[in-house]
Write a protein that binds this ligand. Sequence first.
Ligand code: NDP
Ligand code: ZN
Length: 353
Amino acid sequence: MKCFAMLSIGKVGWIEKDKPSCGPLDAILRPLVLAPCTSDVHTVWEGAIGDRHNLVLGHESVGEVVEVGSLVKDFKPGDKVIVPAITPDWGSLEAQNGYAQHSGGMLGGWKFSNIKDGVFAEFYNVNEADANLAHLPEGVDPSDAVMLSDMVVTGLHASELADVGFGDTVCVIGIGPVGLMTVAGANLSGASHIYAVGSRPNCIEAAKFYGATDIVNYKEGDIVKQILDKTNGIGVDKVLIAGGDNDTFTQAIKILKPGGIIGNVNYLGDGDYINIPRIEWGVGMGHKSIKAGLTPGGRLKMAKLASLLETKKLDTSKLITHRFEGLEGIEPALMLMKDKPIDVIKPVVVIKY
Ligand code: NDP
Ligand code: ZN
């Protein structure tokens, strides 16, 4: 079968591989809609997970089941399904401890395009199909649904981490596709003022659509000053981080009220340490917490988030700025995520049969 793969750090290309085999609990899918991710860019061009050779890329997909293992109960060939980016081993001790993302070791639930071949192929394998696939609800557009695999679940996870509640004032740092879903998540969770930090005009437009009440442009001055000015020097209840760098944590602590929580879903690509400013952290006694995590996976999460699309409480279509057709669309779509021209939020690749 044809696959689009990481050949080595900095190199991608089309390769041929055997169709994956199906274990008793697994399913084999063919893609209906695929999406490239900023994480694929980190994987290939920043060597985020180390060097990989001929590893099939991609972890965001809606697919059609073509084969199921002998022990799979709830899915059959022909079913259209949402596939989470994270497909944990649900019997692992980490999953039993509530952190399935880390099944088998830190970040071990992230299997696609990390420890096994990803979804940018004619066929791909999903482990523990009954626990990791969710049926695509009737009437939900597969392109909108592919945003659930990673963008929605990750964006909303920032709010889960920081426990955003009714009336909270929230600053969302980064309004790419993940950050936009972070804005949407804070809004759905009842946040009042949502200060969205970004710079690109279409992301700013989308942030307002998803519930941002104030925009802060990080290219037009220190965001700490801008947020403190807007909050009469008080800061915010929660800071949700979906962009930036190690210094973003320093800024986040400075704009957080005592008792506040930072929820981080951003990937940190370099440096050995994160700087926490001692004074603004209440000299160790400010009750300012940092929670940071890999996005959740699994069937229940995907099914619940799909119901937000079904009931039209969330509209993911505003994230999709570019559409490609056919497997060959994977490469230009990935290059868009790499080069981030000003008008891109998220591309999708629709496969027609
Ligand atoms: P994008 O690159 O599209 O968005 C990044 C956002 O951060 C943009 O709005 C950008 O603004 C903003 N930004 C960049 N630098 C700064 C800065 N110094 N200060 C403030 N804002 C800044 O990325 P995605 O939305 O696709 O993904 C966001 C992050 O989430 C990535 O690191 C990705 O790897 C990670 N991720 C994590 C997952 C998890 O499981 N935790 C899952 C999926 C993704 P502008 O564009 O205007 O310059
Ligand atoms: Zn992704």
